[in-house]
Design a protein around this ligand. Structure first.
Ligand code: ADP
Ligand code: MG
Length: 148
């Protein structure tokens, strides 16, 4: 198992959270977020990236249901505060595809941008707030959240 991209100072901000606690953390993060902002969520499949993205969106004021953008790569939502892009690069096939989904405009725009599988964007990842999720060994109900 490869270790997800871990934020530089994360050892100081390592939380072990059950699903409800993770949602609450995400809601508070979303309430505090000020756009323009890019947030990356790294971690293995099932680690809780989409769950956290949904909570961040809810806290930010998105009232529509936030689904997994795995097939579309990008889903756009509206909050009273700004546009929100939820991007999942798991199925990214080429750098050209990044360009085609409007990557450059999205990450340099005025919205809140939440990116799953950010490492797949390589050099094209802009400055961002990194958040990583890991499985807690021996406890399937908890995840470790590492934030910057
Ligand atoms: P990812 O987007 O990283 O692939 P998802 O958020 O889609 O992950 O799925 C996470 C799964 O793990 C969900 O089925 C969720 O119910 C479950 N889960 C169990 N415990 C937790 C936890 N502490 N935090 C987040 N999700 C959890
Ligand atoms: Mg996901």
């Amino acid at each position: 198992m490869t270790r997800p991209l871990v934020p530089a100072l994360a050892a100081d901000s390592r939380l072990v959270l059950d699903e409800e606690e993770l949602r609450q953390w995400g809601i508070r993060f979303g309430q505090a977020a000020v756009a323009p902002l890019v947030v990356t969520l790294s971690g293995d499949l099932g680690a809780g990236k989409t769950t956290l993205a949904q909570a961040i969106c809810a806290g930010y004021g998105v009232s529509d249901a936030v689904t997994s953008p795995t097939y579309a790569l990008v889903q756009e939502y509206l909050s009273p505060r700004s546009v929100v892009y939820h991007i999942d690069l798991y199925r990214l096939e080429s750098e050209k595809q990044l360009t085609n989904i409007g990557w450059d405009e999205i990450v340099s725009g005025n919205g809140l941008v939440i990116i799953e599988w950010p490492e797949r964007a390589g050099e094209r990842l802009p400055p961002h707030v990194p958040i990583a999720l890991e499985y807690e060994p021996g406890d399937p109900t908890r995840r470790i959240l590492l934030a910057g």
